[in-house]
Write a protein that binds this ligand. Sequence first.
Ligand code: NAP
Length: 255
Amino acid sequence: MEKMKIGRRFQGKVAIVTASTQGIGFGIAERLGLEGASVVISSRKQKNVDEAVEKLKTKGIEALGVVCHVSNAHQRKNLVDKTVEKYGKIDVIVSNAAANPSIDTILETQESVLDKLWEINVKAPILLLKDAAPYLQKGSSVIFIASIAAYQPQTSMAMYGVTKTALLGLTKALAVEMAPDTRVNSVAPGFVPTHFADFITKSEDTRKAVEEKTLLNRLGTTQDMAAATAFLASDDAAYITGETLVVAGGIPSRL
Ligand code: NAP
């Protein structure tokens, strides 16, 4: 990625990215950091947080790591408090954490699993924003990481898809509430072979089938998602709010 020509759009900015010790979240934190942001990364495990901070620091990125399971109220508040203690403000929040704990159909999904999906994928991002709102600057930006599944829930992850659909609604509603000082947008990734989506690369046939769904004949990369997120978070997108950017290689979504 360092070889790519990238700017310094986030010089002097402070960005929090949840679930950012690997995969798409890490890619986003790295991109914002390479463009000059001080990045606050987090996930459930201290070891993962420490390792990710080290990786970012070796690339010359200013990074702070805080353990935060997004559905833990104390850890959410601590994430915001530690950020403000160290950097004094928040310019960008990328809400990236999600769970997909079941492959059951919606009507066969246990109530406790329905609660968990709602809790982690929808409620936790709202509660984190409640904690962070007092520190969000004029010109700040919130990005939700939704999914192509928000438009067309797939049978093996239907309820997960519905929680992502909820994020699209949340994007619209919060864009109204938080305007004009804070813009709120979403990125809807297609298929990116991360740990979360390792089913894609489990067999060559599945990988091919997914690639063939795209117009661009390839899977997405964490850098693809990071570039779109960085655009929406930056002043290049200063007149965009309440929108979702689909980054899925042309997989059908909506008009
Ligand atoms: P990933 O590579 O598996 O990374 C997940 C990250 O989240 C890890 O850093 C993990 O670290 C952390 N994490 C997991 N549960 C957490 C929690 N409850 N609280 C805080 N951190 C947590 O996943 P990914 O594919 O990058 O997915 C990131 C986002 O992209 C999700 O919102 C997902 O729905 C969305 N998405 C992914 C795809 C895809 O194809 N990959 C497609 C569409 C949308 P710890 O284990 O240390 O917590």
